[in-house]
Design a protein around this ligand. Structure first.
Ligand SMILES: O=P(O)(O)OC[C@H]1O[C@H](OP(=O)(O)OP(=O)(O)O)[C@H](O)[C@@H]1O
Ligand SMILES: O=c1cc[nH]c(=O)[nH]1
Ligand SMILES: [Mg+2]
Length: 211
């Protein structure tokens, strides 16, 4: 696993507002949307491109375009949905697949309850969207699922990561696996309920309300 922590004052500023418990849902959604575009800039650094000849008003030149097969963006429901619009705005040619996963509050084990993804992901670059990397169970399951279906590279965009969860992901995917985690911050630790400290609380609830 490769790790990239985005050290940037704009990211830190927006993340601070996102963490603040006084931030309401509409503002939280807007901040999550803005943050993902900043993370996406780094997360797409290795996206495959091919030469693309064009003619400018002044003359011919060769630029690049994103190469086929198209990248696929995979938000992990629910909370990852809050990162989808910001990501596809930057990567409009990407396809979108969905994985619904819920962490049991007692055991902290993640279960998959929805799956709308191609069976064959051979050669695809997958971008997993999930704001919280806590114990790492959700991310390991989702990345394993994508790699088993042939994904070539998997890049996860997480707004926050806990050191414990990062270690779990690192153990699951060694340095040879084409797995990258891009995050805005590594927090201190997990609490006894598996929540990231200081974190931002339950990302899904803050985006969409308590269920
Ligand atoms: O690293 P882990 O310990 O697996 O926890 C992280 C997961 O927990 C949260 O989802 P949750 O289960 O709360 O579902 P939700 O998005 O529907 O709220 C979060 O959005 C991650 O998907
Ligand atoms: O801190 C956490 C941990 C898991 N899921 C969340 O939404 N927040
Ligand atoms: Mg939740």
């Amino acid at each position: 696993m490769r790790l990239s922590v985005i050290d940037h004052p704009l990211v830190a500023h927006k993340l601070t507002a996102l963490r603040d418990r006084g931030t309401d849902s509409p503002t939280f959604r807007r901040l999550a949307d803005e943050l993902v575009t900043l993370l996406a800039y780094e997360a797409t650094r290795d996206v495959a491109v091919e030469p693309h000849p064009i003619t400018t008003p002044v003359g011919p030149t060769t630029g690049v375009r994103i190469r086929s097969p198209k990248p696929i963006v995979v938000p992990i429901l629910r909370a990852g949905l809050g990162m989808l619009d910001g990501m596809v705005r930057l990567l409009p040619t990407a396809e979108v697949g969905f994985l619904g996963m819920l962490r049991d509050e007692e055991t902290l084990q993640a279960k998959t309850y929805a799956n709308r993804l191609p069976d064959d992901l051979t050669g695809r670059h997958c971008f997993v969207l999930d704001p919280m990397l806590a114990t790492g169970g959700t991310l390991v399951s989702s990345i394993t699922y994508l790699l088993e279906r042939g994904a070539q590279d998997v890049t996860a965009l997480c707004l926050l990561a806990a050191p414990e969860g990062l270690e779990v992901v690192r153990t699951a995917f060694d340095e040879h696996a084409q797995v990258t985690v891009v995050t805005a911050a590594i927090d201190e630790r997990l609490d006894e309920n598996g929540y990231i400290v200081p974190g931002l609380g339950d990302a899904g609830d803050r985006l969409y309300g308590v269920v």
